[in-house]
Ligand binder design. Structure first.
Ligand code: ZN
Length: 262
């Protein structure tokens, strides 16, 4: 695929990087990324991936924009309160890069639609805010053989990793935490609070790891958990091990489809 004059101009700062160049930019333009959630994480993910020239961005979200979202969900403006988040994001991204094809999926990700949705994309970014979706995505991406770039937020801290356990290399999310915690023990953004810019840091890191996965650049975050502590102003990565007894990706799996998800 040859780049147009406009594309040469637009992506000049990518093209000058030996690690990206015209070949890398062409890969980005051909890439299809599914982003789950157009919220605190999804906003920077979508904005940076559209700006970078990712060719197709799918957005899954069934929610509407609430005034309390605007402190961190920077893809939405005050004039979109009450509107569907996917529609608000589609309009915002059209202003960022008219070349990016943005596909709105105004629905909740559930077991019945997960594999069908994921099938149309090369990579999945988890910007969801709940354990049910996190586990469903982990299992669905494992079965679909799609890389999953996942992050989570709590107060002043963020964590992220990339999961590609289907390749037999790194662990999956269940290798770390086998089952979801009981719902009443889980603090969510609305109860625990979150510094908005921490969502920005983690979403921007997700966008960066997504681009690295598409281009095969540098070291994958597969097999490591990156932890950002804003109050300590520190970032560290801890090694993650594959669990040979993992119910999903272990030697004798008990999870063979998505039927355990509601
Ligand atoms: Zn596993």
């Amino acid at each position: 695929m040859d780049l147009t004059d406009r594309q040469f101009e637009r992506y000049a700062r990518h093209l000058i990087l030996d690690e990206i160049g015209e070949g890398g930019q062409a890969k980005l333009l051909a890439a299809r990324v599914l982003v789950i959630g157009a919220g605190g994480l999804g906003s920077p993910v979508l904005l940076y991936l559209a700006a970078a020239g990712v060719g197709t961005l799918g957005i899954v979200d069934d929610d509407t924009v609430d005034r309390s979202n605007l402190q961190r969900q920077i893809v939405h403006g005050e004039d979109r309160i009450g509107d569907s988040k996917v529609e608000s994001a589609v309009d915002a991204l059209a202003g960022v890069n008219a070349e990016t094809r943005v596909v709105p999926h105004h629905m909740r990700l559930v077991a019945a639609n997960a594999l069908g949705l994921i099938d149309g994309y090369d990579l999945v970014v988890d910007g969801s805010d709940n354990f049910a979706t996190r586990y469903l995505l982990n299992d669905a991406c494992y079965f679909a053989h799609k890389p999953l770039v996942a992050a989570s937020l709590l107060r002043f801290e963020g964590q992220m990793s990339t999961f590609k356990a289907y390749g037999g290399a790194g662990p999956c999310y269940r290798c770390l935490f086998r089952d979801p915690p009981p719902p009443d023990l889980v603090p969510r953004c609305e109860q625990a609070g979150i510094l908005g810019s921490v969502a920005g840091v983690m979403g921007t890191l997700q966008a960066t790891e997504t681009i690295k996965e598409i281009l095969g650049l540098g070291d994958s975050l597969s097999g490591r958990l990156l932890i950002y502590d804003a109050l300590a102003a520190s970032m560290r990565a801890i090694k993650l091990k594959r669990d040979p007894d993992c119910p999903l990706c272990g030697a004798h799996p008990s999870i063979r489809d998505l039927s355990s998800h509601k």
